[in-house]
Design a protein around this ligand. Structure first.
Ligand code: FAD
Length: 286
Protein backbone atom coordinates (compact mmCIF):
# COMPACT_ATOMS: atom_id res chain seq x y z
CA UNK A 1 0.00 0.00 0.00
CA UNK A 2 1.23 3.44 -0.91
CA UNK A 3 0.72 5.65 2.15
CA UNK A 4 0.61 8.86 0.15
CA UNK A 5 -2.37 7.48 -1.78
CA UNK A 6 -4.30 6.67 1.43
CA UNK A 7 -4.76 10.40 1.85
CA UNK A 8 -6.77 10.47 -1.41
CA UNK A 9 -9.17 7.88 -0.02
CA UNK A 10 -9.66 8.92 3.59
CA UNK A 11 -9.67 11.96 5.84
CA UNK A 12 -8.34 12.11 8.46
CA UNK A 13 -5.71 9.40 8.16
CA UNK A 14 -4.76 8.02 11.60
CA UNK A 15 -1.20 6.91 12.31
CA UNK A 16 1.04 6.04 15.25
CA UNK A 17 4.78 6.35 15.80
CA UNK A 18 6.74 3.70 17.66
CA UNK A 19 10.45 3.14 18.24
CA UNK A 20 12.35 -0.17 18.19
CA UNK A 21 13.36 -1.46 21.61
CA UNK A 22 16.99 -0.59 22.46
CA UNK A 23 18.23 -4.17 22.67
CA UNK A 24 17.75 -6.43 19.66
CA UNK A 25 16.77 -9.22 22.07
CA UNK A 26 13.85 -7.12 23.29
CA UNK A 27 12.16 -7.11 19.91
CA UNK A 28 9.85 -9.87 21.10
CA UNK A 29 8.74 -7.73 24.04
CA UNK A 30 7.31 -5.18 21.64
CA UNK A 31 4.67 -7.71 20.60
CA UNK A 32 2.29 -6.79 23.36
CA UNK A 33 2.55 -3.11 22.48
CA UNK A 34 2.11 -3.83 18.78
CA UNK A 35 -0.88 -6.09 19.30
CA UNK A 36 -2.60 -3.36 21.31
CA UNK A 37 -1.74 -0.62 18.85
CA UNK A 38 -2.79 -2.64 15.81
CA UNK A 39 -6.12 -3.50 17.42
CA UNK A 40 -6.86 0.23 17.20
CA UNK A 41 -6.57 -0.09 13.40
CA UNK A 42 -4.34 2.84 12.50
CA UNK A 43 -3.90 3.44 8.75
CA UNK A 44 -0.14 3.13 9.20
CA UNK A 45 2.51 2.86 11.89
CA UNK A 46 5.81 4.69 11.54
CA UNK A 47 8.98 3.20 13.01
CA UNK A 48 11.84 5.46 14.06
CA UNK A 49 15.43 4.99 12.96
CA UNK A 50 18.61 5.47 15.03
CA UNK A 51 21.18 8.17 14.29
CA UNK A 52 23.34 5.58 12.53
CA UNK A 53 27.10 5.47 12.22
CA UNK A 54 29.07 2.36 11.49
CA UNK A 55 26.18 -0.08 11.52
CA UNK A 56 22.89 0.02 9.71
CA UNK A 57 19.87 0.11 12.00
CA UNK A 58 18.27 -3.24 11.22
CA UNK A 59 15.88 -3.12 14.16
CA UNK A 60 13.73 -0.60 12.35
CA UNK A 61 13.49 -2.86 9.31
CA UNK A 62 12.79 -5.88 11.49
CA UNK A 63 10.02 -4.10 13.33
CA UNK A 64 8.58 -2.79 10.06
CA UNK A 65 8.53 -6.32 8.69
CA UNK A 66 6.74 -7.53 11.82
CA UNK A 67 4.09 -4.80 11.58
CA UNK A 68 3.45 -5.65 7.94
CA UNK A 69 3.56 -9.44 8.08
CA UNK A 70 2.20 -10.25 11.55
CA UNK A 71 -0.35 -7.46 11.91
CA UNK A 72 -1.19 -6.52 8.30
CA UNK A 73 -0.73 -2.81 8.99
CA UNK A 74 1.38 -0.70 6.65
CA UNK A 75 4.65 0.45 8.22
CA UNK A 76 6.32 3.75 7.37
CA UNK A 77 10.07 3.24 7.76
CA UNK A 78 12.04 6.26 9.03
CA UNK A 79 15.43 6.61 7.38
CA UNK A 80 18.08 9.17 8.32
CA UNK A 81 20.97 10.04 6.01
CA UNK A 82 23.50 12.30 7.72
CA UNK A 83 25.65 9.46 8.99
CA UNK A 84 25.46 7.18 5.95
CA UNK A 85 27.12 7.26 2.56
CA UNK A 86 25.28 6.56 -0.69
CA UNK A 87 26.35 2.93 -0.85
CA UNK A 88 25.02 2.30 2.68
CA UNK A 89 21.71 3.98 1.89
CA UNK A 90 21.48 1.91 -1.29
CA UNK A 91 22.02 -1.23 0.75
CA UNK A 92 19.16 -0.23 3.07
CA UNK A 93 16.92 0.51 0.09
CA UNK A 94 17.67 -2.95 -1.32
CA UNK A 95 16.68 -4.53 1.99
CA UNK A 96 13.48 -2.49 2.17
CA UNK A 97 12.59 -3.42 -1.40
CA UNK A 98 13.21 -7.10 -0.68
CA UNK A 99 10.88 -6.95 2.34
CA UNK A 100 8.29 -4.98 0.34
CA UNK A 101 8.61 -2.10 2.76
CA UNK A 102 7.87 0.60 0.23
CA UNK A 103 7.00 3.59 2.40
CA UNK A 104 9.89 5.67 3.71
CA UNK A 105 10.00 8.78 5.90
CA UNK A 106 13.16 10.45 4.55
CA UNK A 107 15.01 12.38 7.23
CA UNK A 108 18.30 14.14 7.62
CA UNK A 109 18.81 13.16 11.28
CA UNK A 110 20.81 15.13 13.82
CA UNK A 111 24.53 15.37 14.39
CA UNK A 112 25.68 13.28 17.30
CA UNK A 113 28.84 14.09 19.29
CA UNK A 114 30.11 10.51 18.85
CA UNK A 115 29.61 10.15 15.09
CA UNK A 116 31.31 12.03 12.29
CA UNK A 117 28.73 12.73 9.53
CA UNK A 118 29.63 11.07 6.23
CA UNK A 119 28.72 14.30 4.43
CA UNK A 120 27.36 12.59 1.30
CA UNK A 121 23.86 13.77 2.19
CA UNK A 122 23.47 17.21 3.72
CA UNK A 123 19.69 17.63 3.69
CA UNK A 124 16.65 15.34 3.69
CA UNK A 125 15.69 16.64 0.22
CA UNK A 126 18.87 15.04 -1.17
CA UNK A 127 17.83 11.72 0.38
CA UNK A 128 14.35 12.10 -1.15
CA UNK A 129 15.90 12.57 -4.60
CA UNK A 130 18.23 9.61 -4.07
CA UNK A 131 15.39 7.31 -2.95
CA UNK A 132 13.21 8.37 -5.88
CA UNK A 133 16.08 7.60 -8.27
CA UNK A 134 16.62 4.14 -6.82
CA UNK A 135 13.28 2.42 -6.66
CA UNK A 136 9.55 2.66 -6.57
CA UNK A 137 9.16 4.01 -3.03
CA UNK A 138 6.53 6.30 -1.62
CA UNK A 139 8.38 9.01 0.30
CA UNK A 140 7.22 11.17 3.19
CA UNK A 141 9.14 13.97 4.94
CA UNK A 142 9.18 15.86 8.24
CA UNK A 143 8.01 19.45 8.75
CA UNK A 144 8.09 21.94 11.59
CA UNK A 145 5.07 24.16 12.37
CA UNK A 146 7.26 26.32 14.64
CA UNK A 147 10.19 26.09 12.17
CA UNK A 148 13.16 23.77 12.46
CA UNK A 149 15.48 24.86 15.28
CA UNK A 150 18.41 25.47 12.90
CA UNK A 151 16.42 27.45 10.34
CA UNK A 152 17.17 31.18 10.17
CA UNK A 153 13.45 32.01 9.94
CA UNK A 154 10.10 30.46 9.08
CA UNK A 155 10.15 31.69 5.47
CA UNK A 156 13.53 30.06 4.78
CA UNK A 157 12.37 26.85 6.43
CA UNK A 158 9.22 26.70 4.27
CA UNK A 159 11.29 27.48 1.18
CA UNK A 160 13.52 24.50 2.07
CA UNK A 161 10.46 22.35 2.75
CA UNK A 162 9.17 23.16 -0.73
CA UNK A 163 12.45 21.78 -2.15
CA UNK A 164 11.87 18.54 -0.24
CA UNK A 165 8.35 18.25 -1.64
CA UNK A 166 9.51 19.12 -5.15
CA UNK A 167 12.15 16.39 -4.82
CA UNK A 168 9.31 13.87 -4.35
CA UNK A 169 8.05 13.86 -0.75
CA UNK A 170 4.35 13.19 -1.24
CA UNK A 171 3.29 13.53 2.38
CA UNK A 172 4.59 15.35 5.46
CA UNK A 173 4.43 14.61 9.18
CA UNK A 174 4.72 17.53 11.54
CA UNK A 175 6.83 17.92 14.61
CA UNK A 176 4.72 17.90 17.79
CA UNK A 177 2.94 21.11 18.77
CA UNK A 178 0.60 22.06 21.60
CA UNK A 179 -1.14 25.06 20.06
CA UNK A 180 -3.41 24.25 17.12
CA UNK A 181 -3.34 27.82 15.87
CA UNK A 182 0.39 27.40 15.23
CA UNK A 183 -0.41 24.41 13.00
CA UNK A 184 -3.23 26.21 11.13
CA UNK A 185 -0.94 29.19 10.42
CA UNK A 186 1.83 26.90 9.23
CA UNK A 187 -0.54 24.88 7.04
CA UNK A 188 -1.80 28.06 5.40
CA UNK A 189 1.77 29.22 4.70
CA UNK A 190 2.62 25.88 3.07
CA UNK A 191 -0.34 26.27 0.70
CA UNK A 192 0.70 29.83 -0.15
CA UNK A 193 4.19 28.49 -0.88
CA UNK A 194 2.73 25.95 -3.31
CA UNK A 195 3.19 22.92 -1.05
CA UNK A 196 0.08 20.91 -1.75
CA UNK A 197 0.81 17.50 -0.24
CA UNK A 198 -1.13 16.19 2.79
CA UNK A 199 0.28 17.00 6.23
CA UNK A 200 -0.27 14.77 9.27
CA UNK A 201 -0.44 16.72 12.51
CA UNK A 202 1.99 15.28 15.07
CA UNK A 203 0.40 14.98 18.50
CA UNK A 204 2.38 14.11 21.61
CA UNK A 205 0.09 13.16 24.50
CA UNK A 206 1.84 14.35 27.62
CA UNK A 207 2.19 12.18 30.68
CA UNK A 208 4.83 13.95 32.74
CA UNK A 209 6.27 17.42 33.11
CA UNK A 210 9.94 16.47 32.73
CA UNK A 211 9.18 14.67 29.46
CA UNK A 212 7.52 17.82 28.06
CA UNK A 213 10.36 20.05 29.17
CA UNK A 214 12.88 17.74 27.52
CA UNK A 215 10.88 17.52 24.28
CA UNK A 216 10.36 21.25 24.14
CA UNK A 217 14.06 21.97 24.67
CA UNK A 218 14.89 19.50 21.86
CA UNK A 219 12.38 20.69 19.28
CA UNK A 220 11.48 24.25 20.25
CA UNK A 221 7.69 23.74 20.50
CA UNK A 222 5.97 26.50 22.47
CA UNK A 223 3.74 25.82 25.46
CA UNK A 224 0.43 27.72 25.54
CA UNK A 225 -0.56 29.19 28.92
CA UNK A 226 -3.52 26.82 29.35
CA UNK A 227 -1.17 23.89 28.89
CA UNK A 228 1.46 25.29 31.28
CA UNK A 229 -1.25 25.67 33.93
CA UNK A 230 -2.07 21.95 33.62
CA UNK A 231 1.61 21.01 33.99
CA UNK A 232 2.09 23.27 37.02
CA UNK A 233 -1.07 22.17 38.76
CA UNK A 234 -0.62 18.41 38.35
CA UNK A 235 3.16 17.94 38.16
CA UNK A 236 3.21 16.06 41.49
CA UNK A 237 0.10 14.00 40.82
CA UNK A 238 0.98 11.55 38.01
CA UNK A 239 -2.51 10.11 37.66
CA UNK A 240 -4.14 13.52 37.41
CA UNK A 241 -1.46 14.69 34.97
CA UNK A 242 -2.04 11.61 32.84
CA UNK A 243 -5.80 12.28 32.73
CA UNK A 244 -5.29 15.98 32.01
CA UNK A 245 -2.62 15.23 29.36
CA UNK A 246 -4.93 12.80 27.56
CA UNK A 247 -7.85 15.24 27.73
CA UNK A 248 -5.64 18.00 26.30
CA UNK A 249 -4.44 15.80 23.41
CA UNK A 250 -7.98 14.59 22.64
CA UNK A 251 -9.22 18.16 22.63
CA UNK A 252 -6.41 19.15 20.24
CA UNK A 253 -7.30 16.27 17.92
CA UNK A 254 -11.05 16.97 17.96
CA UNK A 255 -10.39 20.58 16.98
CA UNK A 256 -7.94 19.56 14.25
CA UNK A 257 -10.39 17.06 12.77
CA UNK A 258 -13.18 19.63 12.85
CA UNK A 259 -10.86 22.01 11.00
CA UNK A 260 -10.36 19.37 8.28
CA UNK A 261 -6.81 18.16 9.03
CA UNK A 262 -5.39 15.61 6.55
CA UNK A 263 -4.01 13.25 9.17
CA UNK A 264 -3.37 12.74 12.88
CA UNK A 265 -0.03 11.17 13.81
CA UNK A 266 0.22 10.12 17.46
CA UNK A 267 3.62 9.86 19.11
CA UNK A 268 2.72 6.82 21.24
CA UNK A 269 6.09 6.44 22.99
CA UNK A 270 5.38 2.70 22.75
CA UNK A 271 2.64 3.02 25.37
CA UNK A 272 -0.57 1.37 24.17
CA UNK A 273 -2.52 2.93 27.03
CA UNK A 274 -1.89 6.33 25.48
CA UNK A 275 -3.08 5.30 22.02
CA UNK A 276 -6.06 3.45 23.53
CA UNK A 277 -7.20 6.43 25.58
CA UNK A 278 -6.88 8.77 22.62
CA UNK A 279 -8.65 6.41 20.21
CA UNK A 280 -11.42 5.89 22.73
CA UNK A 281 -11.94 9.66 22.83
CA UNK A 282 -12.12 10.09 19.05
CA UNK A 283 -13.48 6.73 17.83
CA UNK A 284 -16.56 8.12 16.16
CA UNK A 285 -14.64 10.97 14.52
CA UNK A 286 -12.13 8.92 12.52
P1 FAD B 1 15.88 18.74 6.62
O1 FAD B 1 14.59 18.73 5.87
O2 FAD B 1 17.11 18.47 5.85
O3 FAD B 1 15.99 20.14 7.34
C1 FAD B 1 17.02 20.38 8.31
C2 FAD B 1 17.39 21.85 8.32
O4 FAD B 1 18.08 22.19 7.12
C3 FAD B 1 16.19 22.79 8.41
O5 FAD B 1 16.57 23.89 9.19
C4 FAD B 1 15.99 23.23 6.96
O6 FAD B 1 15.37 24.50 6.86
C5 FAD B 1 17.42 23.25 6.45
N1 FAD B 1 17.52 22.97 5.01
C6 FAD B 1 16.87 21.98 4.32
N2 FAD B 1 17.26 22.00 3.03
C7 FAD B 1 18.16 23.00 2.89
C8 FAD B 1 18.93 23.50 1.80
N3 FAD B 1 18.84 22.97 0.56
N4 FAD B 1 19.77 24.54 2.02
C9 FAD B 1 19.89 25.09 3.26
N5 FAD B 1 19.19 24.65 4.33
C10 FAD B 1 18.35 23.62 4.15
N6 FAD B 1 15.47 11.69 13.83
C11 FAD B 1 16.06 10.47 13.89
O7 FAD B 1 17.28 10.39 14.12
N7 FAD B 1 15.33 9.32 13.69
C12 FAD B 1 14.00 9.34 13.43
O8 FAD B 1 13.37 8.29 13.27
C13 FAD B 1 13.33 10.62 13.38
N8 FAD B 1 12.01 10.71 13.10
C14 FAD B 1 11.41 11.94 12.98
C15 FAD B 1 10.05 12.03 12.65
C16 FAD B 1 9.41 13.26 12.54
C17 FAD B 1 7.95 13.32 12.16
C18 FAD B 1 10.16 14.47 12.78
C19 FAD B 1 9.47 15.81 12.69
C20 FAD B 1 11.51 14.40 13.11
C21 FAD B 1 12.16 13.14 13.21
N9 FAD B 1 13.52 13.03 13.52
C22 FAD B 1 14.13 11.80 13.58
C23 FAD B 1 14.31 14.23 13.81
C24 FAD B 1 14.98 14.83 12.54
O9 FAD B 1 15.99 13.96 12.07
C25 FAD B 1 15.57 16.19 12.95
O10 FAD B 1 14.54 17.09 13.26
C26 FAD B 1 16.58 16.81 12.01
O11 FAD B 1 17.18 17.91 12.70
C27 FAD B 1 16.00 17.39 10.73
O12 FAD B 1 15.58 16.40 9.88
P2 FAD B 1 14.78 16.79 8.53
O13 FAD B 1 14.61 15.56 7.79
O14 FAD B 1 13.59 17.60 8.84
O15 FAD B 1 15.89 17.72 7.83
Amino acid sequence: MNITQVFNQKKPVLSFEIFPPKKASALESIDETLAELCRLKPDFISVTFGAGGSTVDNKTIELGRKIKNDYSIEPLIHLTCLNYNKEEILEILRKLHKEELNNILALRGDESPDIKPKAEFKYASELVTFIKNHGDFSVSGACYPEKHLEAKDAVTDIHNLKMKVDAGAGHLISQLFFDNQVFYNFYEKTRIAGINVPISAGIMPVTNKKQVERMVSLCGASLPLKFKRILDRYENNPEALFDAGMAYAINQIVELIAAGVDGIHIYTMNKPIIARRICEGIKTLI
